[in-house]
Write a protein that binds this ligand. Structure first.
Ligand code: AMP
Length: 619
């Protein structure tokens, strides 16, 4: 059953459903599509705001509807606690993954000190990076619908080549939450290559480097393209290096050279003004050799030569990454057929020159570096839409395959639309002390709760040595061969115990059933994500209760009566919150219990360190 879209501007029936390509970036995002007549990719333009949507979400006080993009950006300075930027850095990550970076953001990232995924607190509400990314995607979707005057329900979304499974899954979930069926998650360098027309013909063989220097991140990937397959040979980079650092170098130079510290001291709006001036200077020096700006009566000159000497060390760091990427791919510059430039910062002439010199060939920068990833995503979308019959379409798995985890949740291992053959895996552990068996239940489907999906198989991994919860390491691997046969293997790494089954996921499923499963996943996306979030919040809460109770039991002699009473009250409060089945209520109670007990825990740890040190002589 094909869907038919009606073009509202002309009233005509559009035979082809438009699938958009989305570049969901750390600082900026874009949406592009293939023009039905010219067959060329175009980034969708908003009349007054251009093609770029800043990846910023602002929650106005008292309002529930967030503001996204250019209009949200101005609140970064005036209302940083309620204005979320760089959310892509948090996607699919736990607080532990983030480490020190969590405190550098202007908004509140919740530290529940667990392996669980991070949450962001805005007022009394808790948002996951998935929900926040979904807000950006909704804005892009509505821009596209507005510009194309047709409903947009399907998309291809790009991610960095180094994104892991859980980051890719999080991106997919964000798309679903925004009401989009995500036909494929594509690597950004692959999209860039497609935009440059590389990999579109099946007999083409090429090796290319994609150098991507954006506002806040840098990465370089080496790709081999063979028979329509894009293989990432190596990636390298620095997720905290970008155009913002070039601006910062100018800012610091001006501030020191022209004694601006008194003017800037504790004056965020002056600081912001100077930052914007530094960015403007950087951009102008991409076109001219020198300039001078007036900053509240002080003349601030800058020559291109000076700029180059300021940012030289930063650019050199990117070249070190390029060298490493080539070494890892076991290649030399002459093995490369092309070097493609992506990201606004590649407009800096020093960047262009340094990259071209290093790779011993002129880098290709003929496409707009801000748009190239979105344009490539649109081309990939067009291929998936079946509009480019000349391009090889690889066999894909029609439904997601995964296993059941705590709380009856579906943990996807091979995403729907993955090319086959494919192999993917993940590591799990036990949730109860001394657990010697682990049940592995394999499911197929797009819903978040396994109860709504189709069960394919179930087996027990027996003979796990008795250990405390969390210590055993169980690798579960899914191997889907070219015939669509799925082999599921589980192995406990400490003991070597293993077990495997083989299943045919497509067995007994008609196309209509597959289609219904897909439709249901879209219809119930919101409810599913909400249910998943409650379950995840409950798991966090239960772990927290367990830890706090064990802590009080073991250390009551180091706690005052008052501390014990307060902890008991906060614990009780969390138990009651659990009854409420509302994620915000639960997480708020977790946050409060955490805030109350973490100073005690720190104090007790200091006491035990002191006790351990006492009696030990340091010689
Ligand atoms: P992106 O994340 O790819 O959108 O890149 C944004 C970065 O590109 C920001 O740091 C911009 O300041 C930078 N940028 C945009 N235009 C220019 C230009 N003409 N010259 C130098 N940098 C630029």
């Amino acid at each position: 059953m094909a869907k038919v879209a009606i073009n509202l501007s002309t009233g005509s029936i559009q035979q082809e459903e438009i699938i958009v390509g989305i570049d969901l970036g750390t600082t900026n995002s874009l949406v592009a599509y293939i023009h039905p007549e010219t067959r060329q990719p175009h980034a969708i333009n908003d009349l007054d705001r251009g093609t770029i949507v800043p990846s910023v979400v602002h929650f106005p006080a008292g309002g529930d509807t967030p503001i996204v993009g250019t209009d949200a950006k101005q609140y970064l300075l005036t209302d940083p606690q309620n204005t979320i930027y760089s959310v892509k850095r948090l996607l699919g990550k736990s607080y532990k993954d983030l480490g020190n970076h969590a405190t550098e953001l202007g908004y509140r990232v919740i530290d529940d000190n667990s392996e669980g995924l991070v949450k962001i607190r805005v007022g009394e509400k808790f948002y996951s990076p998935i929900e926040l990314s979904a807000e950006i995607l909704k804005e892009l979707r509505s821009r596209a619908e507005h510009a194309l005057k047709t409903p947009v329900n399907k998309a291809v979304i790009t991610v960095p080549a180094y994104f892991n499974d859980s980051q890719r899954q999080a991106t997919r979930d964000a798309g679903r939450l925004a009401g989009l069926e995500v036909l494929r998650i594509v690597n950004e360098p692959t999209a860039a290559a497609l935009a440059y027309g590389i990999g579109l013909s099946p007999d083409e063989e090429k090796t290319v480097a994609v150098y991507d220097l954006g506002g806040g991140t840098f990465d370089v990937s080496i790709l081999r393209i063979q028979q329509g397959i894009f293989e990432v040979l190596s990636t390298n980079g620095d997720t905290y290096l970008g155009g913002d650092d070039l601006d910062r170098a100018i800012y610091d130079y001006w501030a020191a050279e022209y004694q601006l510290s008194a003017v800037l001291f504790q004056n965020p709006s002056r600081q912001q003004e100077l930052r914007l001036l530094a960015e403007e200077a950087k951009k102008q020096l991409s076109q001219q050799d020198s300039l001078e700006f007036d900053f509240h009566g002080t003349q601030l000159p800058l020559s291109k030569a000076k700029f180059n000497s300021l940012v030289g060390p930063l650019v050199e760091r990117t070249i070190v990454s390029c060298r490493q990427a080539l070494t890892d791919a076991k290649l030399t510059p002459t093995d490369l057929d092309a070097v493609l430039l992506v990201g606004g910062s590649t407009r800096v002439p020093l960047v262009y020159d340094s990259v071209s010199a290093f790779f011993k060939q002129p880098a290709n920068s003929s496409l707009n570096p801000d748009e190239v990833v979105a344009l490539g995503a649109a081309i990939q979308a067009d291929i998936l839409g079946g509009n480019r019959r000349d391009v090889l379409l690889l066999d894909v798995t029609p439904l997601t395959l995964g296993i059941e985890t705590l709380g009856g949740l579906m943990d996807p291992i091979i995403a729907r639309n993955s090319k086959i053959p494919t192999k993917a895996g993940r590591q799990y552990t036990t949730s109860v002390d001394g657990q010697v068996n682990l049940k592995i239940s394999v499911y197929q489907g797009e819903r978040d709760l396994v109860s709504e999906n189709r069960k394919l198989a179930e087996f027990d991994l027996r003979g796990i040595p008795a250990m405390p919860a969390g210590l055993p390491k169980v690798d579960v691997n899914f191997i889907l061969n070219a015939d669509g046969i799925l082999k599921v293997e589980a192995i406990e790494l400490r003991s070597g115990t293993s077990q495997a089954v083989e299943i045919k996921p497509q067995y007994g499923l008609t196309d209509d059933q597959v289609e219904k499963m897909l439709m249901d996943s879209l219809t119930f996306a919101r409810e599913d994500v909400a249910a998943r979030m409650v379950i995840e919040a409950r798991t966090v809460a239960e772990q927290m209760l367990y830890q706090v109770e064990r802590f009080v039991e073991k250390n009551h002699q180091h706690l005052t009566e008052e501390e014990i009473t307060l902890t008991a009250a906060a614990t009780q409060n969390l138990r009651e919150a659990l009854e409420a089945k509302d994620k915000d209520t639960i997480l708020k109670a977790v946050d409060e219990l955490e805030a109350l007990t973490s100073p005690y825990a720190e104090r007790v740890m200091n006491i035990s360190i002191k006790q351990a040190m006492a009696g030990k002589k340091i010689e």
